[in-house]
Design a protein around this ligand. Structure first.
Ligand code: SIN
Length: 492
């Protein structure tokens, strides 16, 4: 079924290189599939290496003029972009939900979340202050200026098709950088719509370029950007193996990197926690976007004294979740993004059960009149989970909460940190001394204490260990697109 929008031109069906909305250099197309029905409903160009090179040419040519635009004027353009996103939140929300599968309320919520980054960086654009440094000798003046790094390549994932574009492109533009961008092959439409609105907001030709590409063609597009020394920074959200590949391949031209990679978030409930608050926390953190979020709890640890009571309360909430397509306003969990995702979730559940886990709720694929497609998986709770199960050491990226019983604080901190990853961690406790001890002991870029909804435009989002480096959002999110130039004037 085709998607009818109030503004049909927000589905241009073309990629933007310089001033031109164009096809792939060889005319190839990429089908866009509705994950709810597994049917094709749109197509975009399947961009080539030649398109990727043309995009860098355009971004490089646009850079000198864009960096020279006064910060206040760049901020005004970003503010207009924010306003247009809000004005078109219905169309954008429907696009997100159709190509990504999340319920419509979440799709529209993501538009607001994305716009909040654009608004934030519009304001930060005017605050990229440098330093005046007291000179150690007479007759000198010393300064540190902050300058845009240059052309940025932004490679974005499918789970938040609007927010990740906004979180990367808004700070780049605020800093005075120009952008070449490649959205995930599953969700190219939202990014094209956002960039159409950015153009309407007054972003000049060449400042943002977008190449859409299939899974097969993505390596050739990205390799062009990796090899081109004019691309000075890569910003990527996605898997750790791909992040490592980008880091290795960027070494030859020593690009600056921001890598927001895989997680394996622990969610810890101590005996002294408020159990109702903890259950709400899991619902918010684990089941948002059907569990397809890199900050989703992947391991739920519950202390022995409250384990059974917690599990009962959680089972009641998870068992009541409504699964269905985005088009049904009652849906709380949509389909998974594609068959590969559902296969992985099923593999994790089967592996856990084979190794002794117990299914408390769900545990299987769903197919029914309301879940009429191959990509639905029932919201699931597993109990008696241990560290040897795949779901404990690999990110499941689906609506599965694996629960493990623990005895002591020391034991759970060791377990929580026993992973190469360190993106998010959550814990629930009412003991203020324990709160500071545990928050400091967790090896994680983000810690939620008695809170499951942690992301915000004003907060630094990013990981430690193999979850990557660099921060998005907050004042630190702008720093990642700037370098520092020291200027020393003598003979004064
Ligand atoms: C992500 O999953 O990469 C982003 C999640 C968020 O912004 O909360």
């Amino acid at each position: 079924m085709t998607l009818t929008l109030q503004r049909q031109d927000l589905m241009p069906g073309a990629q933007l290189i310089g001033a031109n909305w164009c096809d792939a250099s060889d005319g190839r197309r990429l089908d866009v599939t509705d994950p709810a029905s597994d049917t094709v409903f749109a197509s975009v160009p399947d961009g080539s290496a030649a398109d990727a090179a043309a995009a860098v040419d355009a971004a490089h040519a646009a850079f000198p003029a864009w960096r020279a635009v006064p910060a206040k004027q760049r901020a005004q353009i970003l503010k207009r972009w924010n306003d247009l996103m809000l004005a078109h939140q219905d169309d954008l929300g429907r696009l997100i939900s159709r190509e990504q599968g999340k319920p419509l309320a979440e799709g529209k919520g993501e538009v607001l979340y994305a716009a909040s980054y654009v608004e934030w960086f519009a304001e930060e654009a005017t605050r990229a202050n440098g330093d005046v440094i007291p000179a150690p000798v007479p007759g000198r003046r010393m300064f540190a200026l902050r300058e845009p790094v240059g052309v940025v390549a932004a490679i974005t994932p499918w789970n938040f098709p609007a927010a990740m574009i906004a979180r990367k492109i808004a700070p780049a533009l605020a800093a005075g950088c120009t952008v070449v961008c490649k959205p995930a092959e599953d969700t190219p439409l939202t990014s094209l719509a956002l960039i159409k609105l950015a153009q309407e907001a007054g972003v000049p030709a060449g400042v943002i370029n977008i190449v859409t590409a299939s899974r097969e063609r993505t390596p050739e597009v990205v390799d062009v950007w990796l090899d081109d020394s004019r691309v000075r920074k890569i910003t990527f959200t996605g898997s750790t193996p791909v992040g490592k590949h980008l880091a290795r391949r960027s070494a030859d031209t020593l690009k600056k990197l921001s890598l927001e990679l895989g997680g394996n978030a622990p969610f810890i409930v101590f005996d002294d926690a408020d159990l109702d608050v903890a259950v709400e926390g899991v619902m918010a953190a684990k089941f948002r976007n059907g569990g397809q979020t890199c900050v989703c709890p992947n391991r739920v640890y519950v202390q022995a004294g409250v384990h059974d009571a917690f599990l009962d309360k959680l089972a009641a909430r998870v068992g009541a979740l409504r699964v269905g397509p985005a088009t049904d306003p009652a849906s709380q969990i949509g389909p998974m993004i594609n068959a590969r995702a559902v296969d992985k979730i099923e593999r994790h559940v089967l592996d856990a059960v084979a190794r002794g886990a117990r299914i408390v709720v769900g545990g299987k694929r769903l197919r029914s009149a309301s879940c009429d497609g191959p990509n639905y998986f029932a919201p699931t709770i597993l109990a008696d989970v241990h560290a040897g199960m795949e779901c404990s050491y690999e990110e499941t990226f689906g609506p599965v909460a694996p629960v493990t019983r623990f005895a002591t604080e020391a034991e759970v901190i060791a377990a929580a940190n026993d992973t190469p990853f360190g993106l998010a961690a959550y814990f629930y406790s009412t003991d203020v001394r324990r709160i500071w001890r545990v928050a400091e002991a967790l090896e994680s870029g983000i810690v939620g204490i008695n809170e499951g909804a942690i992301a915000a435009e004003a907060a630094p989002f990013g990981g430690v260990k193999e979850s990557g480096y660099g921060r998005e959002g907050s004042v630190h999110g702008l720093d990642d697109y700037l370098h520092t130039k020291y200027i020393c004037q003598g003979q004064l």
